[in-house]
Design a protein around this ligand. Structure first.
Ligand SMILES: *Cc1c(COP(=O)(O)O)cnc(C)c1O
Length: 410
């Protein structure tokens, strides 16, 4: 604190030491964001392909969310979850009329929505016991899956090392292999109550469940009288080009969770279910901020935009445009290919240069590029769904500039 003035970098004006350390972050403080662009404390601009981790589905600070928040804040912010409020009723009604689900419970994060899904499935398993009249509670999940950072959702997740990180785990989450129906069938026993999966594994590296697998899972779970839960926290809300990714497989799950894009940047998530599974009783589920009108008003603004004519088709079209561009990069730089659906895509680098590319792209001058590398040999793309093809071209040309530099550096 007592350093001479000339030794302070602009960054040192910020007392970041007061924040609990959880991860290494670049020495940048972001002060403004509009659409696909973020500005840091030095005034440098970045083309942002992270968008708050696939959260800002309409880009940074879109006008429709600004308006919704300001107008709702002037009316009422939180009458309490013990009372009804207008935005949450309207948003629930819109979500049920555009999906196969009948009921919605709003929460504040993806992990919290998933906790709700786990509780709902276990409650249903209590009401529908096995032939020995025992409660069913096991939920089959998948290796490399990600469901959140609470204890139960970490236990449900299939990330390497997470089983021992905060031991003991919450029991009851045996792991199968994605796109391997036999591996699921082998885990089903008289304690099994549900199968839970991401239709497109996001953090795991953008790995879509195949249509055949999703249809096979639906048939298998029906036959065995167990529930099918889709975690669409990342894949939902238009990201795949469909409003919900389960619709790509023409199936109807029993339970779905939403997060990230549903709030367009503000903390909002949802647990949705079929009427037959809506078994919560008073005292089972709740939360101080759940379904508050301020956040659900933002959710309404997001959903109205996603449902406007041509919007979802434009996501598919831009996804195809991005795919073609990524395949060109593969040709040019000898990379291994790409995969994904809509505007959730990954580029297979063929060597562990992801981290280096992220750094080089961020440090480009005069404007930087923000990218994500969920695995050392992979880049993930999760832009705003309303970005322009010019912004796709700009990203591709900036990326093409740094790839050979990173390749030389391995
Ligand atoms: C991000 C994510 C979560 C966790 O959401 P939070 O809002 O961070 O709790 C859960 N599931 C999936 C598939 C995710 O991508």
């Amino acid at each position: 604190m007592n350093k001479p003035e000339h030794l302070h970098s602009a960054f040192d004006q910020y007392a970041t030491d007061s924040l609990l350390f959880i991860t290494n972050r670049p020495r940048l403080v972001f002060t403004e964001g509009h659409g696909m662009w973020l500005t840091d404390h030095n005034g440098k601009r970045y083309l942002d392909w992270l968008q708050g981790w696939a959260v800002n589905c309409l880009g940074h600070s879109p006008e429709c969310i600004q308006t919704a928040l300001v107008q709702q804040a002037k009316k009422v912010i939180n009458p309490s979850p013990a009372f009804f409020n207008e935005p949450s009723i309207k948003l629930a009604d819109m979500l049920t009329s555009h999906s196969c689900f009948d009921r919605v419970f709003f929460a504040n994060s993806g992990a919290e929505a998933n906790e709700g899904a786990i509780k709902l499935a276990r409650k249903w398993g209590k009401l529908h016991p096995n032939k020995n009249n025992e409660h069913r509670y096991e939920i089959i999940t998948f290796n490399h899956s990600f469901h959140g950072r609470t204890l139960a959702t970490m236990s449900a997740s299939g990330k390497a090392g997470w089983d021992t990180m905060f031991a003991p785990q919450v029991p009851g989450f045996p792991k199968a292999e994605l796109n391997d129906l036999a591996s699921v069938e082998a885990l089903i026993n008289d304690k099994t109550v549900a199968v839970m999966l991401e239709p497109i594994q996001g953090e795991g590296g953008v790995i879509p469940a195949t249509r055949e697998f999703m249809q096979g899972l639906r048939a298998l779970t029906k036959e065995k009288n167990i529930l099918l839960i889709v975690d669409e926290v990342q894949s939902g809300m238009g990201r795949s080009g469909k409003l919900f990714a389960y619709q790509l497989s023409d199936i109807e799950p029993d339970i779905m969770t939403l997060g990230k894009g549903i709030g367009g940047g503000v903390p909002l998530s949802a647990l949705m279910c079929k009427e037959s599974v809506a078994v919560f009783e008073p005292g089972d589920q709740g939360g101080t901020y759940n379904g508050n009108p301020l956040m659900t008003a933002a959710g309404l603004a997001v959903l109205e935009t996603l449902l406007s004519p041509g919007f979802l088709q434009s996501v598919t079209d831009k996804g195809n445009y991005l795919k073609a561009g990524l395949l060109e990069l593969c040709e040019k730089h000898g990379l291994e290919g790409e995969r994904g659906e809509g505007l959730l895509r990954a580029l297979k680098l063929g060597s562990p240069i992801g981290g280096k590319i992220v750094e080089l792209a961020r440090d480009l001058e005069p404007t930087g590029l923000l990218l994500n590398s969920p695995r050392p040999d992979l880049l993930r793309f999760m832009p705003a769904l309303n970005l322009s093809t010019d912004e796709i071209d700009l990203m591709l040309s900036m990326l093409s500039e740094v790839i050979p530099v990173a390749q030389k550096n391995v």
